[in-house]
Design a protein around this ligand. Structure first.
Ligand code: ASP
Length: 321
């Protein structure tokens, strides 16, 4: 191709259009006088230094500041709002993809929700930071740059929602925050190419109540009974080992299942899948025979979101795991 042909090819290709939705998190935090971190940085200010690294003829940006939240305070209503913002962004056919900046504490929950509803081939990538914006080693700008590079890459199309963080690119399904401070904040417990369930038509989660109960040895059934009394529509049990719980809790779980309350069994073990192998009152095989659903490779946070989506959309929970 001659120089003039190359030039006219560049001129004919419109810039890739990236929507950046900002929601808060450490990436947007600065330290106050007492040293405590709060999300204070506007979306436009987060993006500006990173956007400056791209040629405007190649990539254009539209930043939408949705919120300035610590993600540990997010509710299902906040996830609904982020989902709607992503849908709105992708309603524009000229948009190449979407980056969502988000706190790390509950990024895995938002990511799996967006992925479960995602019907579009265009990529959605979540990113954030472990160090705040005003830290000398702030990792947010590089994470945001990597997220934008992934979103503009044709290889990111058709593979669902991703977390790009600490130089790693992870599918949303199975991702877990695994380090409280390391720049490689996320790991995955999923198989190499996790199968995605058929996307679920968008539905709000704000009114769904799913509680997670930690099944420590000797945990009493009262934990299940009080969750039900508090209005739980479904329960996730963070079991021991491959998915086993003690006798007391098992009695409460059995009653919940008999009364039609769906129960998903996850585990407190970081790696491997849940499998119902054991008999006895709280063994995984017994819980399965009563109708509990194993969370496969998902851990409790994402299992809770998937169960909520199943409840809100009228699907059997097993179809989403
Ligand atoms: N607490 C912060 C949040 O989740 C942590 C972070 O972003 O890394 O919003």
């Amino acid at each position: 191709m001659s120089e003039s042909q190359k030039q006219s090819a560049t001129q004919d290709t419109p810039p890739k259009k990236i929507v950046v939705i900002t929601t808060g998190g450490t990436i947007a935090c600065t330290a106050g006088r007492d040293g405590a971190l709060l999300p204070t940085v506007a979306g436009a200010d987060l993006l500006a230094p990173v956007a400056a690294r791209f040629d405007a003829a190649d990539v254009s940006f539209d930043v939408r500041e949705l919120n300035r939240l610590d993600s540990s305070s997010m509710t299902f209503a906040d996830i609904d709002e982020i989902r709607r913002a992503v849908e709105e962004a992708l309603a524009d056919p000229e948009v190449t993809g979407v980056v969502v900046t988000h706190g790390t504490d509950s990024m895995e929950e938002t990511a799996v929700a967006l992925d479960t509803f995602h019907t579009d081939d265009r990529p959605v990538v979540l990113t954030g930071a472990q160090h705040p914006h005003d830290h000398p080693d702030a990792d947010g700008p590089l994470n945001l740059l990597d997220a934008i590079n992934v979103v503009t890459s044709p290889t990111a199309r058709g593979i669902g929602v991703l977390i790009v963080f600490g130089r790693a690119v992870l599918p949303a399904r199975g991702a877990v925050k695994w380090h409280t401070s390391d720049e490689l904040a996320f790991a995955t417990n999923a198989p190499e190419e996790p199968t995605r369930a058929d996307p679920v038509p968008a539905v709000d989660l704000a009114d769904v109540v799913v509680h997670i109960i930690h099944a420590y040895p000797g945990a009493p059934r009262d934990l299940v009974d009080s969750a039900r009394a508090a209005g739980a529509d479904g329960l996730v049990i963070e079991a021991m080992g491959s998915g086993n719980i003690g006798t007391g809790l098992a009695a409460g779980v059995g009653d919940a299942l008999r009364d039609g309350v769906p129960v998903v069994i996850s585990t407190r073990v970081p790696r491997g899948e849940v499998c119902g192998s054991y008999g006895g009152a709280g063994g995984g095989a017994t819980l399965n025979s009563l109708g509990a659903v194993g969370s496969t490779y998902f851990r409790s946070g994402q299992a809770r979101v998937l169960l909520a989506i199943a409840l809100a959309s009228g699907r059997h929970p097993a179809t989403l795991f």
